[in-house]
Write a protein that binds this ligand. Structure first.
Ligand SMILES: [Zn+2]
Length: 330
């Protein structure tokens, strides 16, 4: 069985002390973990950005990268971040695999460079350097055609949008792989982890077209639930709220959309009603007024704790059992 990281009491104590120091959260004390395999929950990690200004690991670029590990050791990746995160992610996956890094399912929320760049780089590297290969059983996504992306350019993204889509498709094709298209209503089960797809591409929304086609998925392991929203925009969040899948949005953890600002609507978050928020957010974005607006919403909703990406690697297994540590030296 592939290795799982254990969660030691000292590790948790470090995390709680750090949280108290930054003054952003309260929340309950960690619960004791059962040693029973049946009771072992899936682990979830929020990975830090690796594209940082020299000497300051808190001054990094925007990225979106999450890894889960099931009770039986299977690894699941959500996005993986940018090409600058590829080496760190590969090492992280290696550290949680028997030998060659092995991912059971790799989900791409949408093909923007800070979400799909790491996978693109890992596929490219693995083709020519077998020692860098990551074995991936299946890649899931909801891919917009490059000509659709080109037809509806988003001013904030620029020409990079189309280049990113093309680079990813080229990398996938080069190794004779495919992206398995997901659709709303689909349920994927991996060991003790259930993944519900609540939204996929929205071709009728032509504004902010790539972000508004983010895959939204709810992941649960029987002890906690996490809602991944990618970079979901206002328009797509309104559509999802009106769909029959709105009743499945409620989750313990919320990955705040679009790095914390100018993403989903307040009404959408009200339905999710998270207890904890995961912020794939660099410090510079955290300090924006638009992010403050989202944070104010969460405070009004009574969110207990905020896990900010620029504080370093965060690991969570049960609802209240969390550890955090600084990223390794770069
Ligand atoms: Zn995006």
């Amino acid at each position: 069985m592939r290795r799982r990281s254990g969660w030691s009491a000292p590790f948790a104590a470090v995390f709680l002390a750090a949280c108290a120091a930054d003054g952003i959260s309260g929340g309950p004390q960690p619960a004791s973990l059962s040693s029973s395999a049946e009771a072992t929950p899936a682990a979830l990690w929020q990975l830090p950005s690796q594209q940082c200004r020299a000497g300051d690991p808190t001054d990094c670029a925007q990225t979106n990268s999450y890894v889960m590990q099931t009770r039986n050791g299977s690894l699941i990746v959500m996005d993986g971040g940018s090409m600058h995160d590829a080496q760190y992610l590969r090492q992280f996956l290696t550290d949680h695999s028997d030998s060659t890094p092995h991912v059971a399912a790799w989900f791409i929320s949408h093909p923007h460079v800070d979400h799909v760049g790491a996978l693109t780089k890992i596929l490219q590297d693995g083709k020519y350097k077998p020692e860098l290969a990551v074995h991936i059983d299946r890649i899931y996504g909801s891919m917009l055609p490059a000509d659709t992306v080109a037809k509806y350019p988003w001013p904030e993204a620029g020409p990079e949008e189309v280049q990113t889509v093309n680079a990813f498709e080229t990398a996938v094709t080069a190794i004779n792989a495919v992206v398995t298209e997901v659709e709303a209503g689909q349920v994927i089960v991996i060991d003790n982890v259930t993944i519900e797809i609540l939204a996929a591409k929205n071709l009728e929304i032509t504004w902010n077209v790539v972000n508004n086609s983010s895959v939204v998925m709810r992941v649960s392991d029987g002890t906690k639930s996490i809602l991944f929203t990618g970079d979901l925009g206002s328009e797509a969040s309104q559509k999802l709220l009106k769909s029959r899948f709105a009743s499945r949005l409620k989750a313990d953890y919320l990955q705040v959309s679009h790095h914390g600002q100018k993403g989903a609507d307040r009404a959408f978050y009200d339905v999710v009603a998270p207890t904890y928020c995961l912020w794939p957010t660099p410090r510079a974005v955290w300090n924006l007024p638009t992010t403050k607006t989202t944070l104010d919403w969460m405070s009004q909703m009574g969110v207990l704790r905020h896990y900010r990406q620029f504080d370093g690697l965060v690991g969570i297994d049960t609802l209240t059992r969390a550890s955090r540590r600084s990223p390794p030296p770069r």
